[in-house]
Design a binder for this molecule. Sequence first.
Ligand code: THU
Length: 186
Amino acid sequence: MSETIELVLPALNIPDNVTQTAAGALKVPGARVPEKRVSLDVALAQDLIAHARVAAESAHAPHSHFHVGAAVVMADDPSGTIFSAANIENSSYGVTVCGERNALYAAASKGFRRIRYLAVSTVDSLGSPLSERSPCGVCRQAIREFTDQDVSVDEALILIDTKDPDILCEVMDIPRLLPHGFTFAG
Ligand code: THU
């Protein structure tokens, strides 16, 4: 039985900070992301976390021994297919691709362009702080490309696995994960 939950993504309100020097001002830019109300299909979230955990078993991680699985559902995919993948490393380290991007690009390669849910499970660090369980900066920017900034329904939600048996997952979105993400306005 599917249960859709309404939840609030809280506002981010980080003020600018400006310090004057003889050579000019040093500005530390703040960030303002308004509160957002979103809906989440609980059964699907649970399913995506399970898929991400299974996907992590296929990680090719002979260098880091850190296994990551991800599972994606796209908002513009009427079939609601779950695309899942793992991190794939290479002895030329820079060639490595994270699990999140492998899953997202599998979906994008089928023509889908708008994420609805992206679940990630860093199965080897589930008891660690959020920074050791959430997508890296490169993946955040990659995910941002496939989120629609103007759409208030069907918000792209990032579901982060945790070891806590009382928590189904942690829920974030890209504005809160990457408030200063790069935009190419050209
Ligand atoms: N990794 C991911 O798959 N996703 C992330 O968001 C962070 C890191 C992978 C890359 C590499 O294979 C290993 O984890 C250690 O960095």
